[in-house]
Design a protein around this ligand. Structure first.
Ligand SMILES: [Fe+2]
Length: 176
């Protein structure tokens, strides 16, 4: 292997490790956001059910990243997680004060899932560039779960909005 090729593969490995560390922090944040919403939702059982399913998926995604990081450089994950935790949950906390909390959370969840999708796609690209094929396979499993979740949220925007309007017009609790 030439010096330049060796340097290239070192850089890919290092960038992929950073990508995995960031994904780990994102999943941790996702878990907290979902847990908070499950605890608060009252009148939207379909949303609660899908959130519970994705909480299970999110926990498995976090475990997958733990295992991958153990193969790379696990020690870096802890510090980064602590730094990101400061900003975690701000969205959900702010939405909790809103009359249309369920709608704002729906918008934020769709945005968050798409952030996760882009993060996984980028990490998969790095894994493939470095010929880390096992890593790519594991990440693709999580990517598919995020795409399913994003698809469900997007398809459910109308349903949740109609339900919100129905509850409002019946003077029922509509916010969450
Ligand atoms: Fe996720």
């Amino acid at each position: 292997m030439s010096m330049a090729m060796e340097r290239g593969s070192d850089i890919i490995r290092s960038e992929l490790t950073t990508g995995l560390v960031n994904l780990h922090a994102v999943e941790k944040q996702a878990r907290q956001l979902i847990e908070r919403q499950i605890a608060r939702v009252v009148n939207y059982p379909a949303v609660a059910q899908r959130l519970r399913q994705h909480l299970d998926e999110t926990n498995r995604q976090e475990e997958r990243l733990d295992k991958l990081l153990a193969q790379f450089d696990e020690s870096r994950s802890v510090l980064k997680d602590m730094a990101m935790q400061m900003s975690a949950n701000m969205g959900a906390i702010m939405h909790a004060a809103a009359d249309d909390e369920i709608l704002k959370n729906t918008f934020a969840n769709l945005a968050f899932e798409n952030f996760e999708i882009a993060s996984y796609k980028s990490a998969i690209c790095m894994a493939e560039a470095g010929s880390f094929n096992d890593v790519s396979r594991v990440l693709q499993q999580s990517l598919h779960e995020e795409e399913d979740m994003a698809g469900w949220i997007s398809a459910n925007v109308d349903q949740v909005t109609r339900q919100y309007l129905d509850l409002k017009s019946q003077s029922e609790k509509a916010d969450r």
